[in-house]
Design a protein around this ligand. Structure first.
Ligand code: HEM
Length: 122
């Protein structure tokens, strides 16, 4: 496959739409809201950089912050299987809202779901 997921979904503007649509859902979720900071500005920027590279775009996150080590970075937070399901439910609604469908969505979903369950630490 010559094209990345990043290119297939429309690149930077689409990643921007995803993070902007995702975090209001996180804030509204009773299981997720308590473990996230009040001000999500930094969280949104970190996730923007991360998802850009996760889906095959420029390595923004690593350029700024080094190796992602996401499981280690999530260790301070109690991530239960229920919270992983909640995170994925917010992301599923987000991908509906942004209008990503078809095979590329399936590819995104398998990568996101695998990562979410990998984050479970409690
Ligand atoms: C950061 C929760 C899954 C990517 C965070 C933070 C929390 C959190 C509480 C810290 C926010 C902050 O202080 O700014 C969760 C929960 C998950 C989950 C409950 C459920 C499984 C994921 C997944 C990904 C991801 C699947 C990637 C595909 C990130 C990134 C950061 C982050 C990139 C910022 C790390 C940094 O640079 O500090 N997450 N997360 N998270 N999460 Fe998650």
């Amino acid at each position: 496959m010559s094209h990345s997921i990043y290119e297939a979904i429309g690149g930077a503007p689409t990643i921007r739409q995803i993070v902007e649509a995702f975090y209001p859902r996180v804030k509204a979720h009773p299981l997720l809201d308590p473990i996230f900071p009040e001000d999500l500005t930094e969280t949104i920027e970190n996730q923007y950089m991360f998802l850009t590279q996760f889906f095959g775009g420029p390595g923004l996150y690593t350029e700024k912050k080094g190796h992602p080590m996401l499981r280690a970075r999530h260790m301070p937070f109690e991530i239960t299987p229920e919270r992983a399901e909640a995170w994925l439910a917010c992301m599923n609604e987000t991908l509906d809202e942004v209008g990503i469908h078809g095979p590329v969505r399936e590819q995104m979903w398998s990568r996101l779901a695998m990562s979410a369950y990998h984050m479970v630490n409690s």
